[in-house]
Ligand binder design. Structure first.
Ligand SMILES: [Cu+2]
Length: 440
């Protein structure tokens, strides 16, 4: 198989070589299935033929290359067990597509004739449903209802015409409890045929998923209904989530889908944005509304847009505090305001390593080096230029900078604040005029 790196070295190539998947007879019929295990964003895949569009940037992910076969755009997804690094220090055994969870993003253009091969390398049957897309009933991917299951070892073909541009996703409708809980999902974006429609300069996409890991284990408890402890964007947690790198004055779109069992109010600092698209299509301009937080319900996609006119490092995070944290969070007892000195002495006779924590809040835990079971992340992780951040989980940083390249998504490091523009210890000298405001 080609690695992604090798694919990219043939720069701009959108037609991939053919390869045997399940025997010589099918070698010419089924396109090569590309895979990657890379955990950082693979640069957006610019179209080299057909209508032009601004490709999406998938946080900690990639877009699946396709080939043209006559006037059909052909993709090949392989459903399979995968290993995913959730963040440095924790690896998980999950299921996904083409080497990763989420699977690769599928990008197509409104009006495309699309053929998607799906090979099942899982130990049980599966299907793929194209969530939000208006496809013929027999292509809808509901196992038992609209199609027979794809048995292990089989390759199925889905064929449809991409009727609507917009923001969609794919996931199985087979063994419901297990397959999505194991990470089977991917983003699907259909670009407008007219490139001037809904045009943005940067277009990001991610899916939210949640897992229940016992500390020290790498396999999620799939029967869990409510008690999840790892809250992810594209199966990564902060500080393992890619920043959203943006050039000042760019028009930016962020597309998000929710395949967890609860809603996520996603909040962007420093901006007002417009909600522009759902999995039901584009919101007419006259009906768009301004927000700084957008709730993403279960089984739903939302996209918002803003003009990046304020440079800085702007937090983007789920506003449910336990979702911007990692495992063990909600089992910690609350001791704020309690004097633990006496109790500590007694407990230490039984457990010499015992550390009292939390009697003046829990912020110390962000910096504390506590012994953790193997393969377990601290509750709050990541350090910024001013110290540890009290966050983990569903959190990233929108990094707005002047003077970066139009196709540059590399992390520019921390924002260098203009002198005098950072909150500071009050020193009694209030005679200084406020520093020049660089915001808006
Ligand atoms: Cu949340």
């Amino acid at each position: 198989m080609f690695s992604r790196r090798r694919f990219l070295s043939t720069s701009g190539l959108a037609l991939v070589g053919m390869g045997a998947v399940s025997g010589r007879a099918q070698a010419a019929a089924i396109p090569e299935a590309l895979t990657t295990q890379a955990v950082t964003m693979q640069g957006p895949l610019h179209p080299s033929s057909g209508p032009n569009y601004q490709p999406v940037a998938t946080l900690n992910g990639w877009t699946l290359p396709w080939r043209m076969n006559g006037d059909w755009k052909e993709f090949h997804l392989v459903a399979q067990p995968v290993e995913r690094e959730i963040a440095p220090g924790m690896r998980a055994h999950l299921w996904g597509y083409n080497g990763q969870t989420p699977g690769p993003t599928l990008e197509m253009v409104e009006g495309d004739k699309v053929r998607i091969f799906v090979t099942n390398k899982l130990p049980e049957h599966t299907t793929v449903h194209w969530h939000g897309m208006r496809v013929p009933n027999g292509m809808d991917g509901v196992g038992g209802l609209t199609q027979p299951y794809i048995e292990p070892g089989q390759t199925f073909v889905y064929e449809f015409f991409a009727r609507d541009s917009g923001t969609f996703m794919y996931h199985p409708h087979a063994d419901e409890m297990v397959q999505m809980a194991m990470g089977m999902m991917g983003s699907l974006v259909v670009h407008p045929r007219d490139p001037s429609e809904h045009r943005v300069d940067r277009d990001f996409v991610f899916l939210m998923s949640a897992y229940a890991f016992e500390p020290g284990t790498s396999l999620p408890r799939v029967a869990e209904m409510t008690d999840f402890n790892i809250w992810t964007w594209n199966a990564r947690v902060f500080p393992g989530i890619d920043p959203l790198v943006v050039r000042k004055s760019d028009r930016v779109r962020v597309r998000m889908g929710n395949l967890t069992m609860t809603n996520h109010p996603i909040h962007l600092h420093g901006y007002h944005f417009s909600v522009t698209c759902t999995d039901g299509g584009w919101i007419p301009e006259s009906a768009r509304w301004p927000e700084a937080t957008i709730d993403v319900p279960v089984g739903v996609l939302r996209a918002f847009e803003f003009i990046a006119d304020a440079p800085g490092d702007w937090a983007l995070h789920c506003h449910k505090t336990h979702h911007a944290m990692n495992a063990m969070g909600h089992q910690v007892k609350t001791y704020i305001g309690v004097d633990l000195k006496g109790a500590t002495k007694r407990v230490r006779r039984l457990a010499p390593d015992y550390m009292p924590m939390g009697s003046h809040g829990m912020s110390d835990m962000g910096a504390m080096e506590m012994p953790l079971p193997d393969n377990t992340l601290p509750m709050m992780t990541g350090a910024g230029p001013f110290g540890p951040l009290g966050m983990g989980g569903m959190m990233s940083v929108v990094k707005v900078r002047e003077g970066i390249g139009a196709r540059d998504y590399k992390d520019p490091g921390w924002y260098a604040h203009p002198a005098g523009s950072v909150a500071r210890v009050a020193d009694g000298d209030t005679t200084q005029p406020p520093a020049e405001m660089h915001h808006h």
